[in-house]
Design a protein around this ligand. Sequence first.
Ligand code: THU
Length: 133
Amino acid sequence: MSTDLSGDWVRLRAAAEEASERAYAPYSRFRVGAAALVDDGRVVTGCNVENAAYGVTLCAECGLVSQLHITGGGRLTHFVCVNGDRELIMPCGRCRQLLVENGRPDLQLLTPLGIRTIDEVLPQAFGPTDLER
Ligand code: THU
């Protein structure tokens, strides 16, 4: 997939928008949908799922990463997330960490400021190699 706003980004964004419609967000009323392309061409998606115990809320990225593993694993290469108004949003800090763990090192994100790499949105990330000794 190219780095300009190609049809693939449009397709991925549409998948995120569709996922946002499945969000369970009765407390914040802030729906989130996320979609990513996997290095074998699969598309995985997720929506946020809130809980009466607010802190237990699952971000859309949690569902996406679970779907990644359930459907065969691999590495994310392109990622986008949107709110319920179909606007691009940034993944929260914790979910950037999920993307580091499950993304290819050159993972690209479609952000409100354009296309950015994972290293640009989470510089000097703590990651699996930090556990090597
Ligand atoms: N949320 C996500 O699903 N992903 C993010 O990266 C940002 C925040 C959700 C969590 C909560 O249900 C709602 O947005 C408001 O914070």
